[in-house]
Design a protein around this ligand. Structure first.
Ligand SMILES: *Cc1c(COP(=O)(O)O)cnc(C)c1O
Length: 421
């Protein structure tokens, strides 16, 4: 089984003439079609809205495309709020799902009239004192224990730092009501990168049931339920993509069974997907610049963990295609590495690939979300450019590559690097 890159070799060779590798390439057509599929899958819910998790791909041109497809944004920091504001996201188009939140962040969220999703019961007083309480407040639920699908443990919410406990939700809602809050949302994020089509329906069932109980216990007016992020993508070639139409139907079934009979049929469903919205529609394009044969065979790329941290950080699998060699036998065993002075800077370990020659274009798949954005500057390596492959087949640079001057910019007060270009 294999995975296909969204761009052909000849087209990529043209792009590389204009923009030197490494760079992240994004597929506008794929992003738009996928966003439309999500919106269609939840069209049965009249308040449905996807708030794209900005942290996944904080690039203005990408957020703009999603905005045109009807998405809002989910921010968790001051700068993410600033970016969203600059792009014209207004008020209830911005969800603010933060944790360990500095007061300046809450103040900006309130100024922009974003919908605030509180991570903790102590944040009620903190928000009131620092920025004032809005009319609508959402609370993040952590049910604790283990989260299972078909008896398989998906994650352990009891070990996660996020959210209110179940008793804290009741107490928090009552407290917020006493302080004049009029409308409520409920949010939870139980497992990340889940390709099981049951994930959202099971999570929805938990949240819907909790909403019914909270309404009975407190009389709160619950206006939305936020299923957050977590729908996964098939990083591995043998994995199956989530079927979003089926997921939408599963959530609808839970909605009709639990919320409608409780008089909560007007509740809006929100999502905060990141990975699902962008992951497959970005790739990291690199060039093989060295080969090395010692106890193992290595291929060195001009990209490194600075451009894509997931393999080094989590041992995450990212599929690799050697452009133009898709049909050649994968009969060479390689470690594919970057050049950081860290032995975990490897995009692949013991990967069977076709023979790679110096100068080959090597494409690392599924970097559209949590790819560029997790990057860093270790070893003084610079961040790459981001290029958009437009629907009409043209390309546009949507972020330039860093230069040494960017790297030294935070020493501008010293005068040491003022002549650096
Ligand atoms: C990271 C995050 C998301 C997006 O998660 P994905 O796995 O990319 O879908 C959504 N909501 C919150 C609060 C997050 O922290």
């Amino acid at each position: 089984m294999t995975k296909k890159v969204f761009v052909e070799k000849e087209q990529l060779e043209e792009i590389v003439k204009q923009y030197p590798t490494p760079f992240h390439l994004y597929d506008e057509k794929g992003i738009r079609e996928n966003a439309r599929k999500l919106n269609a899958a939840f069209a049965w819910n009249k308040g449905f809205k996807e708030y794209f998790a900005v942290k996944a791909t904080p690039t203005p041109a990408i957020l703009q495309i999603l905005k045109e497809e009807g998405c809002g944004v989910d921010c968790s920091t001051y700068t993410e709020l600033m970016m969203s504001d600059a792009l014209g996201f207004k008020g209830d188009e911005i969800m603010f799902s933060s944790n360990v939140t500095p007061k300046e962040d809450f103040q900006l969220a309130r100024k922009l009239n974003a919908t605030i999703n509180l991570d903790d019961i102590t944040h009620i007083d903190f928000l009131e004192e620092t920025a004032g309480l809005p009319e609508t407040v959402s609370c993040r639920f952590n049910p604790g224990g283990e989260f299972t699908i078909n008896n398989e443990i998906m994650d352990k919410p009891e070990d996660a730092k996020y959210g209110f406990t179940r008793p804290q939700l009741t107490e928090g809602f009552k407290k917020l009501m006493a302080k004049g809050v009029k409308h409520f949302g409920l949010h939870s994020f139980l497992a990340s990168n889940n390709v099981a089509d049951e994930y959202y329906p099971i999570l929805a069932g938990i949240l819907f049931q909790t909403a019914v109980e909270l309404k009975e216990e407190t009389g709160a007016d619950i206006t939305f339920i936020n299923l957050s992020g977590g729908i996964g993508i098939p990083y591995l070639p043998e994995q199956k993509a989530a079927d979003v139409a089926k997921i939408g139907e599963g959530v609808r079934k839970a909605f009709e069974e639990i919320l409608v009979p409780a008089g909560l049929g007007d509740v809006a469903i929100y999502t905060e997907l990141g990975r699902y919205m962008l992951g497959p529609y970005g790739c990291l394009v690199a060039t093989a610049i060295h080969e090395k044969h010692i106890y193992k065979d290595y291929i060195g790329l001009d990209a490194s963990a600075v451009n894509l941290l997931r393999p080094a950080m989590y041992g995450a699998y990212h599929h690799i295609t050697v452009m133009g060699k898709e049909d050649q036998p994968a009969d060479h065993l390689y470690d594919v590495t970057g050049g950081l002075c860290e032995n975990n800077d490897k995009f692949a370990i013991n990967r069977m690939l076709p023979k790679i020659d110096i100068g080959d274009l090597v494409v690392i798949h599924d970097t559209g979300a949590h790819g560029f954005s997790m990057g860093y500057n270790y070893n003084g390596k610079l961040r790459s450019a981001e290029i958009l492959l437009k629907e009409d087949g043209g390309t546009e640079m949507i972020r330039r590559a860093e230069t040494p001057a960017d790297y030294f910019a935070t020493f501008d007060f010293t005068g040491l690097f003022k002549d650096v270009k």
